[in-house]
Design a protein around this ligand. Structure first.
Ligand SMILES: Cc1cc2nc3c(=O)[nH]c(=O)nc-3n(C[C@H](O)[C@H](O)[C@H](O)COP(=O)(O)OP(=O)(O)OC[C@H]3O[C@@H](n4cnc5c(N)ncnc54)[C@H](O)[C@@H]3O)c2cc1C
Length: 434
């Protein structure tokens, strides 16, 4: 799906309860009261939409990329938090208490029913914790998987609390039609989580993989190759990624996203280039051949299939080579007639992976800490380097595929735009979306 269409769908879904609430009518109220209700309604629908912005739905992340999906998820969560925090304070000077004769619909009075309010108060307290823990999670001293589990449980809890609050204390939400709409929307949101973490792994159970080999590529990078266990393999496009689980059940929370560095035309085995970073990646070297593995995917929008540009430029920093290697391999295996050039940056010479396979013909190696006698490029992949490697017309006509550290990607993307590369000719994938 195209980005503009996705944005329109998002706006439509998020605005739906708001529009329907106001269409249900009711007695007229001061503007700030309507604003309070409106912000509460918007916050709730935005929180529900967050469930499907988790990067696990191909129809969404294929259109814009998982990194963009996750960034949107983060920004919308923070916006919903602001709306939710403002919501109770805008009901200033509103009469509260039990039923009043002059308010038969109950829409002009704030309820003081503690059961109805307590669910809203609990959500009001949990929501900031969830958002702030997500923002500061890298500084917390616990495993990423634990944080992810807590994040999911917290999100379900908030959705259920808000459902209770909206349908019991909400002036609009307690109307039968709106109660049903909230119930269906909450069901779909929470159901999407169960779909991703129960139904998809259940289906994946039948498609087990076995570790075929683990090879050290550089001091801190490994190649992990999996072979299908009694099935025909994975239908993917070069440059895509999967969620990988090794040595655990497919229902395990120990799954990690990795780009496939093998090419679809290379056979049914799939390979990953993995850099040591945390607890899972540091243990890759100890994985024994034959270990069971599961894949959820493919995901990602780095594919160059169907593109008509005359040349493909691959710009990689460090382990960002992984998806680009898949593309390069596929192009070489299929005898792709398009021109191909790879720019591959590292800090030191011993960090260069697959040097023999990559060769020198289409590759510009860049080292920021070159050894004596180094004849390749030195420094970082920046605008000046790109200007040395690509001709002005190539910037305008070629397809650029970029993957690497955030700082490198920011510099490269900015420079490409400056040199006239249209935005739709820049494909990029970020491994870190914080
Ligand atoms: C689309 C995508 C493709 C990637 N491809 C590659 C690749 O080809 N090669 C490679 O070496 N690395 C890749 N990564 C990064 C890789 O996923 C992390 O380095 C790895 O998950 C770290 O796990 P850990 O347990 O070793 O470290 P941890 O210390 O647990 O995590 C370090 C950081 O990695 C990220 N991370 C960890 N687990 C997950 C998870 N389940 N989901 C999302 N992010 C997570 C988080 O930002 C976390 O802060 C990719 C990441 C993404 C998002």
């Amino acid at each position: 799906m195209k980005p503009l269409f996705l944005i329109l769908v998002y706006l439509g879904v998020v605005a739906l309860p708001l529009v329907l609430s106001f269409l249900t009518g009711g007695p007229s109220r001061p503007v700030y009261q309507e604003l309070a209700s409106g912000l509460g309604i918007l916050a709730f629908s935005m929180i529900l939409a967050e469930f499907v912005l988790s990067g696990r739905f191909r129809k969404i992340s294929h259109g814009v990329g998982m990194d963009v999906t996750m960034r949107f998820h983060q920004i919308m969560a923070r916006t919903a938090l602001i709306f939710a925090l403002l919501h109770p304070f805008l009901y200033r000077a509103t009469p509260s208490g039990g039923p009043r004769p002059w308010d038969p619909t109950g829409q002009l009075t704030l309820t003081t029913d503690i059961a109805d309010l307590s669910s809203g108060i609990a959500a009001f307290l949990i929501l900031p914790s969830l958002v702030f823990l997500a923002i500061g999670r890298t500084k917390l001293d616990h495993k990423y998987e634990v944080w992810r589990l807590m994040h999911g449980i917290g999100a379900v809890l908030i959705a259920l609390l808000l459902l209770h609050h909206a349908t019991h204390a909400g002036r609009y939400g307690s109307l039968p039609v709106m109660s049903w709409i909230w119930l269906v929307m909450t069901g779909l949101a929470v159901g999407s989580l169960f779909y991703v973490y129960l139904i998809v792994p259940f289906q994946g159970r039948r498609q087990a993989w076995r570790v075929a080999s683990v090879t050290r590529l550089t001091p801190k990078q490994w190649e992990l190759t999996l072979a299908p266990d009694a099935h025909s393999g994975l239908a993917y496009k070069a440059g895509q990624f999967v969620w990988l689980t090794v040595g655990h059940s497919p229902f395990s929370i120990n799954e990690h996203p990795f780009s496939i560095c093998s090419a679809p035309s290379g056979g049914p085995e799939v390979s990953f280039m993995i850099k040591e970073l945390g607890d899972f990646t540091r243990g890759v070297g100890d994985i024994k051949p034959g270990t069971i593995a599961y894949l959820d995917g493919p995901y990602g929008s780095l594919a160059i299939e169907g593109r008509t540009e005359p040349g493909v430029a691959l710009i990689a920093g460090g382990v960002g080579l992984a998806p680009l290697l898949g593309i390069l391999r596929q192009m070489r295996l299929t005898g792709d007639p398009r021109k191909l050039r790879l720019v591959y940056g590292n800090r030191k010479a011993d960090q260069i992976a697959f040097r023999d396979e990559l060769g020198v013909a289409d590759v510009t190696y860049v080292l920021s800490e070159p050894p004596e006698g180094w004849t390749g490029e030195t420094g970082f992949i920046d605008g000046a380097l790109l200007d040395r490697v690509f001709a002005p017309q190539e910037f305008k006509d070629w397809l650029f595929v970029v993957c690497g550290p955030t700082v490198m990607m920011d510099i490269v993307e900015t420079h490409l735009i400056k040199r006239g590369t249209p935005a739709d000719r820049i494909l990029s994938e970020r491994f870190d979306y914080d």
